[in-house]
Design a protein around this ligand. Structure first.
Ligand code: FE
Length: 299
């Protein structure tokens, strides 16, 4: 089986690109790269041309996710895996590939309706990334842009698609008992990052995206980002804490589209040769994340 190697890019429909630019530059130190008339703008955070494409769109949610494979041969083999699994695949047009700044891509829809693109050949930007505030930078490289947690109607169907057709491995499962019933989550990896995508079973959530996570190279970047949120009145949705599963120190801020951005540091990584799938009965953190602690009914 051929596996995708990393979360390469995300397309977000946003009603207020200017507000997004403000948060991206002021809190995270990302660069805004102007669009070309076909999309609103791009956000850059490493050597890639961009990692986030912002399109003006009132839905304020995920438009598409792009997963990278190493080369054209791997792209064709993933396309075959998808078709063998009964998924209809279309080849991206030259125009679409140009807009994503990639050499080639295919498109399909995942079981929860996410427009899913697989691509190879991202361009390396010869101009070094210049952060817009003094930060140490982002942990990307072979680990991709970060991770996303999405609401899906059927966690098992989503796990089967990403594991059996795109080559992901399960990191862990979480089942949280609440008075309203059990909330099921699962976390999957495609490289050493603990998870690049995670699913929370919720068929009625107003947004597909629960959050997008960006991992910093330095704890100080996260701490100063939190200071900036407090100084500028940007709401903190979940304050500082350390997750049980990926052991990331992070906080979550409310973004202009009404879901969250997680700013994290120091997560543990996965070695597939030794990793054993874990099971958690709570989303409670090792320390902190007080809003998650309340959700878990903890102390
Ligand atoms: Fe997260």
């Amino acid at each position: 089986m051929v596996s995708v190697s990393e979360l390469g890019y995300l397309g977000l429909g946003v009603s207020d690109p200017k507000a997004w630019h403000g948060v991206a530059t002021e809190v995270f130190g990302m660069q805004v790269v102007s669009g070309d008339g076909r999309s609103a703008s791009y956000l850059r955070l490493d050597s890639h041309h961009h990692r986030i494409e912002l399109r003006t769109d009132a839905k304020d949610d995920l438009d598409f996710a792009g997963w990278e494979v190493p080369n054209e041969d791997a792209l064709q083999r993933v396309a075959q895996q998808l078709e063998d699994g009964g998924v209809s695949v279309t080849e991206g047009t030259r125009d679409e590939a140009d807009q994503r700044r990639v050499l080639g891509m295919i498109k399909c829809t995942d079981p929860s309706g996410i427009l899913t693109e697989i691509f190879f050949g991202h361009p390396v930007n010869p101009i070094p990334f210049h952060p817009t505030r003094p930060i140490s930078g982002f942990k990307t490289g072979g680990m991709g842009l970060g991770h996303i947690l999405v609401h899906v109607p059927d966690v098992d169907a989503s796990v089967r698609f990403y594991r059996d057709l795109l080559g992901f491995r399960v990191s862990d499962f979480t089942d949280v008992a609440t008075p309203a019933g059990v909330i099921r989550l699962s976390f999957l990896h495609c490289n050493s990052r603990h998870h690049s995508i995670a699913f929370m079973e919720n068929a009625t959530a107003p947004k597909r995206l629960h959050h997008i996570m960006f991992e910093s190279n330095a704890l100080a970047d996260v701490g100063t980002g939190r200071d900036i949120c407090i100084d500028r009145g940007i709401p903190i949705a979940v304050d500082l804490g350390c997750h049980m599963n990926d052991q990331m120190v992070s906080f979550y801020l409310a973004n202009p589209s009404g879901y969250a951005l997680e700013y994290g540091w120091g997560a543990r990584t996965i070695d597939d040769a030794t990793w054993q799938v874990e099971h958690y009965a709570s989303v409670e953190s090792i320390w902190g994340h007080p809003q998650l602690r309340q959700l878990a009914g903890g102390h």
